[in-house]
Design a protein around this ligand. Structure first.
Ligand SMILES: Cc1cc2nc3c(=O)[nH]c(=O)nc-3n(C[C@H](O)[C@H](O)[C@H](O)COP(=O)(O)OP(=O)(O)OC[C@H]3O[C@@H](n4cnc5c(N)ncnc54)[C@H](O)[C@@H]3O)c2cc1C
Length: 381
């Protein structure tokens, strides 16, 4: 049993694993990851695998650009194929109120070198035969976007970190964080006191609970999100982009020969319940059939629910806490933690080992909430 560690990471999901791997890759060996349940059992095992550059804020786009480059190098670096399907993301805008933001986003993407383009409804229909587009007033498509296999990315980081000496301890619930004279001194897990100088909060939707153990107020809310998957649909078997009907938040992509359907329920209050609300399925099916009529022949074979880890401005919280020395934030990805984990892990490792990250982390600073300096992100579902 480890009795002390230089760095303790709380949370054995994709973010904790990526941070652990990148710290170890920079030569830190004394890294311990504490996970309450089994490794990867949180939101990491519940997500849709989507990877995209098409955000409306420059900080989120830059984070995605860094992450996408790392995803392309993933197999060479980790020896695991992340199964990236580069089918592109297609945003369908059907409400006039959303046009202005997407117009501004298109200008931002051009400035930042994101190869997303503006499409008319009929042009969008050519990219996704079978998709209803008569109500589409604007569409955007980025061919670099797509979806990957979450468990391969997660597994790649865990195996890579283990090879470099990181210890993962599942079944270890962090129940206390000892702060002495404003500085992290130890964590308590499973009745054991583990002295450490640095705690990294990678507890996803539970990150605010971990921060609270150190006396830090962190505004991250758990929001339940559902996914349903169909069997293969007779006569509907071609490739199509990851498609988002922006107004409703309905999205779909190909999954195991069938189709993955996702959507948020605006009536669902924040909370930790991850049971499937089957009463919500008809609403998803209604949106799905209106957008992709061929799904009438589909049979939903399974469904699950997981939690977004939502911040007030839909940007993650990354960096050292300003009030408790040795407390580091790596959470609040607001439903984009799989795609941002490769970049976030590397940037946190740079910050801790080199003293500075190679991407400006100031927009993600934890103190922005208290300062009232939020950075708006519009393109979230
Ligand atoms: C339905 C759905 C669809 C999504 N789709 C996408 C997508 O397409 N693309 C994308 O990028 N992202 C997506 N996401 C978001 C993505 O899944 C998350 O952002 C990401 O998994 C966050 O990873 P994490 O490691 O921070 O959190 P988690 O995987 O939740 O890991 C946090 C871990 O902390 C552990 N923990 C909590 N409390 C304690 C404690 N006291 N002690 C020890 N351990 C503790 C938990 O058990 C958990 O395993 C989606 C999420 C959902 C729910």
């Amino acid at each position: 049993m480890t009795t002390s560690s230089e760095i303790v990471i709380v949370g054995g999901g994709v973010v904790g694993a990526s941070v652990a791997y990148h710290l170890a890759a920079k030569g830190l060996r004394d890294v311990l990851v504490l996970e309450r349940e089994t490794l990867g059992s949180g939101s990491t095992s519940k997500n849709a695998g989507g990877i995209r550059l098409q955000f409306s804020s420059e900080p989120n786009v830059r984070l995605s650009q860094r992450a996408l480059a790392k995803l392309h190098a993933f197999q060479a670096e980790l020896g695991v194929d992340p199964a990236f399907h580069k089918v592109g993301y297609l945003f369908l805008i059907t409400e006039a109120r959303d046009v202005g933001v997407f117009e501004r986003s298109l200008a931002l993407w051009q400035r930042l070198g994101v190869p997303a383009r503006r499409l008319t409804g009929p042009e969008a229909g050519k990219l996704f035969p079978g998709c209803r587009v008569d109500d589409v007033i604007l569409a955007t498509f980025c061919p670099e976007d797509g979806y990957a296999d979450p468990s391969s990315i997660f597994g790649g980081y865990v195996a890579g970190a283990r090879r470099l000496g990181v210890t993962f301890r599942p079944g270890a619930t962090v129940s206390a964080i000892e702060v002495v004279r404003g500085k992290v001194a130890a964590v308590e897990a499973g009745g054991e006191r583990i002295p450490c100088g640095t705690v990294i909060d990678a507890a996803g939707p539970w990150a605010s609970q971990i921060a609270a153990l150190a006396g830090i107020d962190l505004p991250i809310r758990p929001l339940r999100r559902h996914i349903f998957v169909t069997d293969p649909v007779p006569g509907f078997d071609g490739e199509f982009p990851m498609t988002i009907e922006f107004a409703s938040g309905f999205y779909c992509h190909r999954e195991s020969g069938g189709v993955l359907l996702g959507m948020g329920d605006p009536d669902d209050p924040p909370g930790y319940d991850t049971s499937v609300n089957w009463d919500f399925l008809p609403k998803v099916v209604e949106c799905a059939l209106a957008r992709v009529p061929a799904l009438e022949r589909a049979r939903v074979k399974t469904g699950w629910a997981g939690l977004y880890e939502d911040t007030p401005d839909k940007h993650p919280v990354l960096g050292r806490d300003a009030t408790v020395q040795g407390f580091v934030h790596a959470a609040g990805f607001s439903g984009h933690g799989l795609m941002h984990a490769p970049a976030a892990g590397e940037l946190i490792a740079e910050l801790l080992v080199d003293g500075m990250a190679s991407l400006d982390l100031s927009p993600f600073r934890p103190s922005r909430f208290a300062e009232g300096a939020l950075v708006a992100e519009h393109n979230v579902i």
